[in-house]
Design a protein around this ligand. Structure first.
Ligand code: FES
Length: 112
């Protein structure tokens, strides 16, 4: 497990969606209705940049074909049969951090 600093500390409660780098992953960092979320930045449908999308009713909406993904679980809306990865986010005094697990760590978890 590794935490990566991806942004400066929050200055206000203003909502935003931005693309950030967390280790080797490109992540969508989202502040929606006072809650921080981090999801994979690439839409699983056809590869659009989800950071160009918007939030609606707790979901991130893709700008291309408007598929939507739950901000908490990453699950696609009914009928989509897809999902985006979600990552833990932590707001600390010195910035916003996202946790990324390497493939090796994911494999180790399966066998422990
Ligand atoms: S590329 Fe995102 S919905 Fe099609």
């Amino acid at each position: 497990m590794a935490w990566y600093k991806v942004a400066s500390p929050l200055q206000n409660d203003e909502s935003f969606i931005k693309k950030v780098k967390a280790g080797s992953q490109t992540v969508c960092l989202i502040n929606n209705e006072g809650a921080l979320h981090a999801v994979s930045a690439k839409c699983p449908h056809a590869g659009a940049d989800l950071s160009a999308g918007w939030c609606e009713q707790g979901k991130l909406v893709c700008p291309y074909h408007r598929y939507s993904y739950d901000l908490l679980t990453g699950r696609g809306s009914p009928g989509q049969n897809d999902y985006v990865s979600v990552y833990p986010v932590d707001s600390r005094d010195d910035g916003i951090y996202v946790e990324i697990n390497s493939l090796w760590e994911k494999i180790k978890r399966i066998f422990h």
